[in-house]
Design a protein around this ligand. Structure first.
Ligand code: GAP
Length: 513
């Protein structure tokens, strides 16, 4: 199965089992907007808890807030979003399709990487065991040629975007002979900037309408509350403010399911530090955040950093944590050194002094900021794409299983009476009533036990507990583990503690400290 086929299957699976639905589906959906179903919302909430608790409980100098989505319009002028939160767009005159010019070039660059990989694969076949990939990449003429061209285009793109030189961006598209994937032609318009913020009106028009924006990032809600939190929380630098909330962007290239949406959710933390210490903190947060991802056990090789060549208008250093999705390595999280740009601009635009008196140095200053910003939806996609498996079993059957880490799984335990008689249902229901105070539990008595296991595998339930006739004799039940399919008996009194130990977040948190 190709990665593309696997991704299509995952999307279908998400719908079939109540994880994710297209928004307003009965009206044919709304492009790049999705709804979370009964299991999707549980997974999403667990991801949020993993992030929130790791920030606010494991760090005694980080607190959380929940700011409003609507903010004073001046906020977005101060932050630079009104002027600079743009995507460079280009249209193909034949297909009438619109593209992000930088994405067209990035796709071209990705193709060069694929070409290099193909050359390596061919050589590996030719040389067999003695093949040294590193050496090959450094010395093979064809690979060096592709790499040099790739690097040159990458640099040209970074320079053109940094200089806001849209004609130069277009020239790269022409020079690389990039064609429209629909029409196959190179009949391109000029490149122009398009602001990504959604706007609406607050108050009735008659009373004097006021344009407000749907926030494109949650971060600004933190910056404008810096003094409120610092003073009321008696926070001392370095300290952080965390927030989870919706953000909105009028994305032009909306694709790859919930990877790029128009309405999405962010988990952002702004860490306020002394000027001059930001690089040290930036490196520290890179490490901390990478550990958070890796603790989920999806394989260290599936993560990498990608340092930015084109920096956002507020940053002096930035990196992405990329995950190996079925469509390749893509950004899940950004770690940005935002300097004193945001607080400084809010100070300037609001006319209010936004400074911190440092009792250790006796100085007042505008703090510098290191931000960690991760998309909840991209995390959901990361978890689902890493977890989705189709397995061939020894008995010739197959199963689809979501190996979601137990602390994130939507349903923790399924309680299954082996048969619908002899009082087994009553014992099983009793168990459900005991476990439901601590865990999300499902009860299922329909169909054969094998079919019920498959249903739970497909939604990622880590444990099935079966009540059978032996339960009546000795008070034990069978636990069946999702990933190994191993089964063992435990006493009913021990069940709650065994499950709690395996599904609690504690095991994840212990890897982080
Ligand atoms: N406050 C900084 C900021 O917003 P960003 O790199 O634009 O930085 C941070 O976004 C994260 O938000 C991304 O790494 C991604 O996970 C998520 N994100 C951004 N745009 C998104 C979109 N259109 N759909 C889903 N997630 C998105």
């Amino acid at each position: 199965m190709t990665q593309e086929e696997l991704f299509k299957k995952l999307i279908a699976h998400c719908k079939e089992y109540g994880f994710i639905f297209p928004s307003s589906e009965i009206y044919d959906g709304l492009s790049a907007v999705y709804d979370y179903g009964q299991l999707g919302v549980e997974l999403k909430n667990n991801i949020k808890t993993y992030w929130w608790d790791s920030m606010t409980k494991l760090h005694d100098n980080i607190v959380g807030i929940d700011a409003a989505i609507f903010m004073h319009p001046r906020v977005w002028e101060a932050s630079g979003h009104v002027g600079a939160f743009n995507d460079p767009l280009i249209d193909n005159k034949d297909s009438k399709k619109r593209y992000r010019a930088d994405v067209l070039i990035e796709d071209w660059i990705a193709k060069q990487d694929e070409k290099i990989e193909k050359e390596c694969a061919k050589a590996a076949k030719r040389f067999g065991e003695s093949f040294d990939k590193e050496m090959f990449v450094q010395t093979n003429g064809r690979v060096l040629e592709i790499k040099a061209r790739r690097d040159e285009v990458n640099q040209r793109m970074a320079d053109a975007l940094n200089a806001n030189d849209l004609a130069a961006v277009r020239q790269i598209i022409l020079d690389c002979e990039i064609v429209c994937p629909i029409s196959g032609s190179r009949n391109w318009t000029e490149v122009r900037q398009f602001n990504l913020m959604f706007s609406t009106q607050m108050g009735s028009v008659a009373e004097g309408a006021n344009t407000v924006y749907l926030r494109p990032e949650t971060a600004q809600g933190i910056f404008v509350n810096f003094l409120n939190v610092q003073k009321t929380g008696r926070m001392k630098i370095p300290f952080g403010i965390a927030q989870i909330g919706k953000a909105f962007r009028n994305e032009i290239v909306a694709r790859q399911f919930i990877f790029r949406m128009r309405e999405f959710e962010q988990m952002e933390m702004q860490f306020f530090v002394r000027p001059g210490e930001e690089m040290m903190w930036w490196n520290k947060w890179k490490e901390t955040r990478m550990s958070w991802h890796r603790a989920l056990g999806f394989g260290d090789e599936n993560y990498r950093f990608h340092d930015h060549e084109k920096l956002a208008h507020y940053a002096n250093a930035a990196t992405d944590v990329e995950f190996n999705f079925p469509f390749g390595f893509k950004e899940v999280e950004g770690i940005h050194s935002r300097t004193d740009y945001d607080l400084g601009r809010h100070q300037q635009y609001s006319g209010k002094k936004i400074q911190y008196f440092d009792p250790e140095t006796g100085e007042s200053y505008v703090p510098y900021v290191v931000e960690t910003s991760i998309g909840v939806d991209r995390m959901v996609l990361q978890v689902l794409s890493a977890a989705y498996k189709e397995e061939q079993l020894e008995n010739g059957e197959s199963r689809t299983v979501l190996s979601i880490p137990a602390p994130l799984a939507p349903v923790k335990v399924a309680v299954l009476p082996l048969v619908k008689k002899d009082g087994l249902q009553e014992i099983a229901m009793d168990l459900v009533h005991k476990l439901k105070f601590s865990h999300n539990v499902q009860y299922d008595e329909k169909d054969s036990i094998g079919k019920r296991y498959r249903r739970q595998d497909a939604i990622g339930t880590p444990f099935c507990v079966t009540v059978d006739h032996q339960t009546k004799e000795d008070g034990t039940v069978t636990i069946r583990e999702r990933d190994t399919m191993k089964q063992y008996r435990v006493r009913i009194e021990e069940l709650e503690a065994i499950v709690a130990d395996k599904v609690g977040m504690r095991r994840l948190f212990e890897k982080l400290v």
